[in-house]
Design a binder for this molecule. Structure first.
Ligand SMILES: [Zn+2]
Length: 313
């Protein structure tokens, strides 16, 4: 392996800015977190991010490590060449059309690369996690919503205006419910963590379930409502994953996000059901597996992406 290099990875979320010193071999040397002031003007958020990056650079210097680049994942669509956010993103009041790359480069004096957060997570899993060595990969994040990242021929697929890969908004029911995106019957309405909790509360209005972990625990006890919700979730996700298999014919479908923490058995059940539904020619080489990097995928992916763009990988 070539000499190890280092980058600062940043994962901008609605509640926290997570950042850390990451190595080209996929190790997080040190990681940090600070609250996101999502209601503040753009300049204040950029100042916060720049301050975070500078403190990470300083920490790296303290360990005799040279930071070569900065990679950042943000919600929303990003023009990866110019590093500009395209339009806005929910949860942030003013975070709209921001020139992330050049605004941060002016503040931290290092090359900065920005992309959509789900893309950065997919890149992390491709480089260091479950997607290692594969050429065609679809990453599905089953969280509050359903997000995704798609790798075609070793490269992130972004679409013509950087707004692609919204796999959670693939319709699985044209007679279905209205989605906040404007579509009807989107996968996310039925298969997200929020949808599971809502479904459970419909069946058991008196319950105090707070997370999908609670539902899976009740499932282990064979509680009827939990069994109904989890079995339905497997059927829903199998439809979504089968659609992705038919379209992309990937080697790997990687399932991450909070719901996937139920365990390998849950992902294996989705795999079996999806393979049943998908076209035979597309299922010959496919494996559906759990994400490996958990909530570190975004940081590691952002750092790796920046190092690769700068030729330091
Ligand atoms: Zn939708």
């Amino acid at each position: 392996m070539d000499k190890e290099t280092f980058a600062v990875g940043v994962d901008l979320g609605g509640t926290a800015i997570k950042y850390g010193i990451c190595s080209s071999s996929g190790i997080i040397v040190e990681e940090f977190k600070r609250p996101t002031r999502a209601d503040q003007p753009v300049e204040a958020i950029l100042d916060d991010i720049a301050e975070a990056i500078s403190s990470a650079i300083k920490a790296a210097q303290g360990e005799q490590l040279t930071v070569r680049a900065v990679g950042m994942g943000t919600p929303g669509a990003v023009n990866v060449e110019t590093g500009q956010l395209m339009g806005n993103t929910p949860n942030f009041k003013h975070w709209k059309d921001v020139y992330i790359k050049r605004s941060l480069e002016a503040r931290v004096n290092l090359p900065v690369w920005a992309d959509n957060d789900a893309n950065m997570m997919a890149y992390g899993e491709l480089k260091y996690g479950a997607g290692k060595g594969a050429a065609n990969v679809v990453c599905v994040t089953l969280g509050t919503g359903i997000g995704g990242g798609i790798i075609v021929d070793h490269r992130l697929f972004r679409g013509s205006r950087y707004a692609g890969s919204e796999i959670g908004h693939m319709s699985i029911d044209y007679n279905g419910r209205q989605c906040r995106c404007g579509g009807i019957g989107c996968w996310e309405i039925y298969g997200s963590a929020s949808a599971m909790i809502e479904h459970y509360r419909r069946l058991k209005p008196e319950s105090f379930i707070a997370s999908t972990i609670d539902i899976f625990n009740a499932y282990d006890r064979k509680e009827a409502a939990a069994v109904a919700v989890v079995e339905e979730e497997i059927r829903i996700c199998a439809v979504g994953v089968a659609n992705l298999i038919n379209i992309f014919n990937p080697e790997k479908v990687i399932i991450g996000g909070g719901v996937s923490e139920a365990g390998d058995w849950f992902v294996a059940r989705i795999e079996a059901a999806a393979i049943n539904l998908a076209m035979k020619a597309a299922t010959r080489e496919v494996t559906v597996m759990r994400a490996r990097l958990g909530n570190k995928a975004g940081l590691l992916g952002a750092a790796a992406f920046a190092l690769d763009q700068e030729g330091h990988a």
